[in-house]
Design a protein. Structure first.
Length: 115
C-alpha cells in the first residue's frame, strides 16, 4: 500500500515561512504524474482544501491562501512541496497531502503559527 509522508511542519511566528514536503513511500506511485492536493484541519473545524496541482502542473489555491502559498513538484525526488509565506495564526492546523482520485493520504504534519 502506498503511503504519503509529510514533513516540514513546526512552530513559526506570524509573518514567517515554512515549507511542507510530501513524498510517496513506494516508488510504484508517481507523485510527479498525478494530481496532488493539500488539505488542512484546524482544531474544532472541518477539513478544508488548501491547494491542488494537476497532472500537467497547473495549480489552484483556496482564497484564504492565494498569493501566500505555492504548490510545487520535484519530479526527480517524487515529492511535492507547499511553500507557505506570510503565515497567519489562522493557518494553524494539521496539514495533509493526498493523491487526488486514489484515496492516499498522509499522516499529517502540524503547523502552528503563534508568537
Amino acid at each position: 500500500q502506498v503511503q504519503l509522508v509529510e514533513s516540514g511542519g513546526g512552530l513559526v511566528q506570524p509573518g514567517g515561512s515554512l515549507r511542507l514536503s510530501c513524498a510517496a513511500s513506494k516508488s510504484i506511485f508517481s507523485i510527479s504524474t498525478n494530481a496532488m492536493g493539500w488539505y488542512r484541519q484546524a482544531p474544532g473545524k472541518q477539513c478544508e482544501w488548501v491547494a491542488t496541482i494537476s497532472r500537467g502542473g497547473t495549480t489552484s489555491y483556496a482564497t484564504s491562501v492565494k498569493g501566500r502559498f505555492t504548490f510545487s513538484r520535484d519530479n526527480a525526488k517524487n515529492t511535492v512541496y507547499l511553500q507557505m509565506n506570510s503565515l497567519k495564526s489562522e493557518d494553524t492546523a494539521v496539514y495533509y497531502c493526498a493523491a487526488v482520485g486514489y484515496g492516499y493520504w498522509g499522516q499529517g504534519t502540524q503547523v502552528t503559527v503563534s508568537s
